[in-house]
Design a protein around this ligand. Structure first.
Ligand code: GTP
Ligand code: MG
Ligand code: ZN
Ligand code: ZN
Length: 394
């Protein structure tokens, strides 16, 4: 009985990951995919709707007779949806933002890899074939071929990646059901992000931003003049997307402000009001700051390995310490305006600063990657999961 109540009343509000409209079973069209040459539509019965289940193929002589729908599309925008998207306990959406070359794609690739192999009691699976294909290619490129990711294509809305997380932590031991969460990830091009205040940015990209539960705003420390002056040209060249980052670095203060104004407009928040949304400010490429004078010493918390995964929970005191260390460091670099812009736009209890290194070390001169030792890449995600009540706060 419990599980019926659970499935009927405790399911997440689901949005179409493409057009962000609210999805009900009836807002989807379903297809039987067993006869590959002729997909045919299958319709929901009243019982399917009542029981919240996928419709079954009832066509005589079809190879898929009696099998649930294999494909679905959104009735509003016509984009493909994983048919299962309706049935997860929580729907998490995160969007990576930051200027070109900030390290977004490198970060998401290593974050997903770490999530798969971290020993956390979760199983993560691609929900559709394009996510599976694209993520395998990205993972292979970084972990096997050892190349830095290519710059993300600009001018087009990023394909949302659709993941499902199966929670095997046994928190809900009474019910025999394993909770599942769907996770949509948007990885856009920094070039588009730099244009966020403009009107010519694609409507879809704006919707992705306003529809996300957590914004991951990535900040490249190599854009700071003080940091550039302290690093060798070799490290600097290897750690920047040289072809994209040669022009004058985009001002991070402007980016934070225009991004915030954009979110306000799309969510109907009045100009003076702070944005009530989880925002992780992520300082990337931390490895380059390790040996730099005035960088982070090896005794600093941010340079120590992350305790969250080890403890299978979110260690709030560690994260607060990291937040403080990085803010202090930014102040010492003279970047108070950037910190002020963040505090002026986001609610203090909803914004947190993180430091990560996707690779653990800078790439070599030819931009080939060393043995990967990602540093603290799961921290922002663990924070989001803690906020959703999925992992305990320790
Ligand atoms: N040292 C160091 N360099 C990094 C790290 N992560 C990324 N880089 C460098 O930053 C460059 C850009 O990284 P990407 O992940 O492609 O950046 P992006 O934000 O996706 O860029 P766009 O797709 O153009 O918006 C890489 O080619 C690397 O040279 C890191 O952890 N350490
Ligand atoms: Mg990219
Ligand atoms: Zn849609
Ligand atoms: Zn059929």
């Amino acid at each position: 009985m419990m599980s019926i109540f659970r499935s009927m009343f405790h399911k997440a509000d689901v949005l179409c990951p493409h057009c962000m409209r609210e999805l009900k079973l009836g807002s989807m069209r379903f297809f039987c995919t067993y006869e590959t040459e002729r997909h045919h539509e299958i319709f929901l019965s009243l019982l399917d709707k009542l029981n919240r289940r996928l419709p079954l193929c009832s066509k005589n002589f079809c190879k898929g007779h009696g099998m649930p729908a294999g494909e679905a599309i959104c009735r509003f925008c016509g984009e493909p949806l994983p048919p299962q998207i309706m049935f997860h306990d929580k729907y998490l959406r995160l969007c990576a933002l930051g200027v070109a070359g900030a390290g977004k794609s490198s970060y998401l690739t290593t974050m997903l890899h770490e999530l798969k192999y971290s020993g956390l009691p979760w199983v993560i699976q691609a929900m559709d074939s394009s996510t599976s294909k694209d993520s395998q290619a990205a993972d292979y490129n970084v972990y096997e071929a050892r190349h830095c990711p290519e710059g993300t294509k600009s001018g087009v809305a990023p394909k949302p990646q659709q993941w499902v997380i199966l929670d095997n932590s046994g928190e809900n031991e009474k019910s025999n059901q394993m909770p599942t969460y769907s996770l949509t990830i948007y990885d856009g091009a920094g070039e588009d992000c730099e244009k966020i205040g403009d009107d010519d940015i694609e409507e879809k990209i704006r919707r992705y931003i306003s529809g996300s539960k957590m914004l991951v705003i990535m900040f490249d420390p190599l854009l700071l003049t003080s940091v550039r002056a302290a690093l060798t040209p070799e490290i600097l060249n290897a750690s920047m997307a040289t072809e994209r980052q040669t022009s004058a670095p985009t001002n991070m203060v402007t980016m934070v402000n225009s991004l915030a104004n954009y979110i306000r407009r799309s969510c109907n928040i009045s100009p003076g009001q702070k944005i009530n949304r989880q925002a992780a400010i992520v300082i990337t490429k931390l490895d380059t700051l390790r040996d730099m004078p005035n960088g982070f010493g090896s005794s600093s918390t941010v340079m120590k390995s992350s305790p969250h995964v080890k403890m299978k929970g979110f260690v709030d005191s560690d994260s607060e310490m990291v937040d403080m260390e990085i803010r202090d460091w930014l102040k010492r670099q003279g970047e108070t305006a950037f910190l002020d812009a963040i505090d002026a736009n986001f609610m203090p209890n909803k914004v947190r600063v993180f430091g990560i290194s996707s690779f653990g070390q800078p790439p070599d001169k030819l931009k080939r990657l060393p043995n990967l030792t990602p540093h603290r890449v799961l921290d922002p995600l663990m924070w989001m999961l803690a906020g959703e009540g999925i992992v305990p706060i320790l």
